[in-house]
Ligand binder design. Sequence first.
Ligand code: ADP
Ligand code: ZN
Length: 619
Amino acid sequence: MDMPVEVSPAGSPMERAREMLRRVFGHETFRPLQEEIVSALVSGEDVFALMPTGGGKSLCYQLPALVRPGVGIVISPLIALMEDQVLALTELGVRAAFLNSTLEWPEVCEIENRVRRGSLDVLYVAPERLLQERTLELLAASPVALFAIDEAHCVSQWGHDFRPEYRQLRILHERFADVPRIALTATADARTRREIVQQLALEGARTFVASFDRPNIRYTIAPEGMGRTGLLRFIEDRHGGESGIVYCLSRKQADETADWLRQKGVAALSYHAGLSATERARRQRRFLREEGIVMVATVAFGMGVDKPDVRFVAHLSLPRSIEAWYQETGRAGRDGDPAETWMTFSMRDVTLQRRFIEESPAPEEQKRIQRAKLDALLALVETTRCRRQVLLEYFGETLPEPCGNCDNCLAPPATEDMTVAAQKALSNVYRTGERFGATHLVDVLLGRETEKVVAAGHDSISTFGIGTELNASAWRALYRQLVIRGLLEVDDERFGALCLTEKALPVLRGEESFLMRRQPKQAQRRRSERRGSATVEAAMSEDDRALLKALKAWRLEEARTRGVPAYVIFHDSTLRDIATLRPHSLQALSTIDGIGEKKLESHGAEIVAIVRSHVGEAS
Ligand code: ADP
Ligand code: ZN
């Protein structure tokens, strides 16, 4: 099956691109910036594209690869993902393959031949494979439509995903000056952008920056200290049976949380760099192929998690920065359906991260950047404004109105002046010699004559019993806030004793006030809100839902027989459209988004039969 997709030879390249968008990919319209990017590439220009996850980056190079003569070369850092991408393209009738270290020699030769003959549309290669002289020579002797450098932020040394081979990719510019290149990333920070342009010699490229807003993602930052019980409640209440990712700080926390969630009946797996490569690949594959798996992971899990129907991303500990948080949460809801993020953390995370920065061997300038990033993140945690507005402002965008889809918009919190209480709490730390943890400190403030209080003689100091205006949990929350804002530090070597930092002085002296976000009363969750992402389905009629169920059962069966993830067959949104629009003919079916010619040919008849028999039964 080596036939290229047939399109009418007449017409401008962009007319052909639009035709292929419809016929191959089954989409009626472009997403924002896709058309401009495709057009630039088709006319031979270099492109630098910044688009959020789920923005539709792949189409930006896949479509020009089909329109331009020769094979489109896609450089992708993750071998594990190439296979699924090739599967998905093959399902669309695109001639796609990958070259990486998992292939046997005869397969390599076969693919190389197809490249030479020009009988491939898209070829995925790992960077180290591309840089081999053998591959470079092959490409020099073959028709090449374009080079797409995916996950281009891998060139950045400062980033988490640094791949040294990416730095050598400028060789493409030197050796293939006539072939257009596109670098793509979802990384929003300005410095990484500059580095990409420099390292890849993209100074002459057209730059396209899409909005980084992800309107379908709901942002919630829960109070710190909710822990895994809070997580479980979030999953059970809102995402039972759905796919999600939970980020943890350490391998141990990931393993323990996954075990615990499994005991509670959640289908959880852990994932971190301490597992062997095969075990990691196996778990990632299960996550991609099975439905409803919750991956409990360290940041080692992530880049290019190309699963469109991840319904939630949760954090059990503090991410490193707003960028990291945005990137990690961005893995939710790529398919555009409603998705949710949820975060809690512990005050220890904050101290740990602060210490990590201070003790790192990085130059002072670097540390200053990291401190500022941590503070920006904590400000986002603390804000009473719309989270999305604050987030987008951080990336230099403005959202004119509050979003209505974050915790602060849905249940507005209040700000409270806690200066006096903060002064009491801080001087209590001072009077007790900076040697005690929050529990003891709270006992002193409340005037509790516990054994420990009496033994330490703290029942006779000036702060004993001065805090009866608040209860114990309010004092504990205040101590945590003081840690989060850096007025106190947790000393792990002394069993979590709280110590003053210099930031405490202005508040103690009354030169600065201490404002605190007051948690809104746990709002009674409305029924319609209970199941976050199920709301789209909940809005369907009962009968449509029954049809959807039948369609999903068919998809699961089909995916099993073919050994591909269910979303490679059809996305949820496509099935939902079928269930509500109920096409009775292939012609009607072909108008639904996500159904191109090849899918119509492979599955059309069966789908129409399911729809007809359902309607027959129902009437
Ligand atoms: P990214 O790589 O930017 O995260 P993808 O390329 O994986 O995003 O695309 C995200 C989703 O959007 C995919 O499910 C894809 O099918 C869908 N998509 C892309 N372009 C369009 C379009 N023009 N119309 C409708 N859906 C699209
Ligand atoms: Zn909002």
